[in-house]
Design a protein around this ligand. Sequence first.
Ligand code: SAH
Ligand code: SF4
Ligand code: F3S
Length: 474
Amino acid sequence: MELVTNSLKILNEEDKKDLDVARISEDEKSTASRKLYIESYGCQMNFADSEIVASILRENDFATTSKIEEAELILLNTCAIRENAEQKVRHRLQHLVPMKNKRKNVKIGILGCMAERLKTKLLEEEKIVDMVVGPDAYRDLPNLINEVEEGHKAVNVFLSREETYADITPIRLDSNGVTAFISIMRGCDNMCSFCVVPYTRGRERSRDAHSIVKEATDLFNQGYKEVTLLGQNVDSYKWQSADNSVVTFANLLEMVAQVSPDLRVRFSTSHPKDITDEVLYTIKKYDNICKYIHLPAQSGSSRILELMNRTYDREWYMGKIDRIREILGEECGISQDMIAGFCTETEEDHQDTLSLMDYVKYDYGYMFAYSERPNTPAAKKLTDDVPDDIKSRRLAEIIAKQREHSLERNQMSVGKVYKVLVEGFSKRSQEHLSGRNDQNKMIIFPRESFQKGDYVNVLVTECSSATLIGHIVE
Ligand code: SAH
Ligand code: SF4
Ligand code: F3S
């Protein structure tokens, strides 16, 4: 059974990486005659994929809408990472039944990781679904939609070794016009034993570096001021050009940083085994590459890390943290992902996780109770034997510890001045703006005469565990 606490996490209230919240498409101004509604679940890569889907379908006379009742095509871009992510989609489908009964011509498609995991089974289990499309099959959407319109159910869940959608310009959905995501690779070859991603997203492949730089340049020319380079494991990015020269992640970071000193560059996610000194020195070299690293540990126990097949142990991980602090300084933002209650986890293993957190003092984190995923190595070879109440309690302890550390790290920022990129109004008031500093901390401050897209210097005067508060200084 999935725990309710599973989706609990500490993060900046206004943070984008909201793994469990659905985001819906917005109203697109277009002459297209057909209306498409997309709802996206899961990670940033899924949101980025929805923007590719919107682009492919615009070529086929569809414009996105935020009003589900006016759409003739409804797409749910789904996540399979934990059981509750899938439950959420199933509940959503139940809610759509009355509408589908009323409007027979509306078509419903399931995209993304749940589509890939369940394939045709989804059509059997969820009768209102017309179409099941995996993450590498989005170019086929126009054909699949035709099939559905001819009265058939349509499925394409082929995974590709080459597809990167490099030539497709995403249509930015739910955009603040200032920050954007760029997918630099797809898939994952890591095989962490708990994880479904290698099965839902297929083999790792890197996108043409020039197409990435072009996308960043185009965004900057349109007024965007920050790009986040996305991949399940960005540090293993590797692309070979026609003349056989190889572009590594460090090279790519540098290429994107050179688009303009006014374009901030972020990236996610780094795997501890792959992040190199070369990457750290590149981050240091460019002021516009943000000093913030999301470095999921998953556990602080070497025994559990081995069972998870993370390929590093506690000491190696600590060594990486030391290296980050040596090269980028104490202030460099570091965040984590942790899993509580993985197979065979003892109280001692759990204490190792807490003590690793004490060692690192993460700025924030995303914390989850282990959720067994069918057909993963852990599901096949290990037993999900930590009782739910113990998982919950350990998760609560991890979350409480993170909250303490977030507060402590935020308090270190009080009295300091940071360069902040304004992303928009604060959630609570139009008199306040919000934006992030280099270390990815959200700061709220009175707006004065500034607006989104501006860089301002902000003196931090107070904080909570989630937010910094301050005012603009010269
Ligand atoms: N590629 C990223 C993570 C992608 S999934 C990385 O390697 O760090 C995001 C997070 O979900 C993971 O870091 C992990 O903490 C969590 N997660 C993945 N599978 C899970 C499972 N079966 N149960 C609970 N949490 C899981
Ligand atoms: Fe999953 Fe591990 Fe790949 Fe991350 S690196 S997506 S946790 S298999
Ligand atoms: Fe979920 Fe797939 Fe992302 S499983 S976390 S949407 S890669």
